[in-house]
Design a protein around this ligand. Structure first.
Ligand SMILES: Nc1ncnc2c1ncn2[C@@H]1O[C@H](COP(=O)(O)OP(=O)(O)OP(=O)(O)O)[C@@H](O)[C@H]1O
Ligand SMILES: [Mg+2]
Length: 224
């Protein structure tokens, strides 16, 4: 596990609100190896979501740089950044963010279609991914017709479908009861092991931490 799939160097981020400026990150260093699962913990407001946004190229740091594989997402143009995100990264949020008008199969196929994969191949890969999360009998269901745990499993399937280098997950089980949370978490760990996909997971749930390879804490804008 010496090859880094994700690397952040010297990340700084502040937000201005009118005359006030809130300094959130003050020099974050983080390197994630292939297949490694890293938990990010820290009190509310410590900057965990902000860090994940920067790692995923959803927001820009004031200083510092993020690399995905061998490519800088910070230096990339908006179009290149979208391509890097689509090709190398998966995202899971606390709320599933599935598209309500589309079936589970279509939701999971979506990132592949956006990446230029043909409709037939995307459907086939989406079906295989949904089978891997135990949802083959739910391919045609829309999100509203799925349980909370099932929706989150679809979201996990969508994050993993293109075999990304790394999945960024912000409290992915935060909206589930403890049994469902455990099963979604175990699912992510199993797929991470089977496919060698790295995870950076923000979680408040201490019971998940022993399944992680490393736990880092955000304190005063830095990783401890
Ligand atoms: N777009 C924004 N504009 C202004 N301030 C922001 C913005 N986003 C975040 N902040 C501020 O940055 C700080 C860190 O927020 P962030 O959402 O990263 O915390 P967090 O660690 O994810 O907290 P939680 O555990 O509650 O989700 C907070 O004080 C927040 O008010
Ligand atoms: Mg947060």
């Amino acid at each position: 596990m010496s090859e880094f799939v994700l690397r952040a160097v010297g990340l700084e981020k502040a937000f201005s609100q009118g005359p006030d400026s809130v300094t959130v990150l003050t020099g974050v260093e983080l390197s994630v190896a292939r297949g490694e699962r890293v938990a990010v913990i820290g009190r509310s407001g410590s900057g965990k979501s902000t860090l994940l946004h920067l790692l995923g190229g959803l927001d820009e740091p004031d200083a510092g740089e993020v690399w995905v594989g061998s490519e800088s997402i910070t230096a990339a143009s908006p179009a290149q950044r979208a391509m890097l995100r689509n090709r190398h990264m998966g995202f899971v949020y606390q709320l599933h963010h599935l598209l309500p008008e589309f079936s589970a199969l279509e939701n999971v196929a979506m990132p592949l279609r956006l990446g230029g994969v043909s409709s037939k191949a995307a459907s086939e890969q989406a079906r295989e991914m949904l089978a891997a999360v135990g949802l083959e009998p739910r391919l045609r269901h829309r999100p509203a017709a799925l349980s909370g745990g099932e929706r989150q499993r679809v979201a996990v399937a969508r994050a993993l479908v293109g075999n990304p280098l790394v999945v960024l997950a912000d409290e992915p089980t935060g909206n589930l009861d403890s049994d469902n949370a455990r099963s979604v978490f175990d699912l992510m760990c199993r797929l991470s092991d089977e496919r060698g996909i790295s995870f950076v997971i923000v979680t408040h749930d201490d019971s998940m931490l022993d399944s992680m390879h490393r736990v880092v804490s955000l304190v005063d804008g830095k990783i401890r």
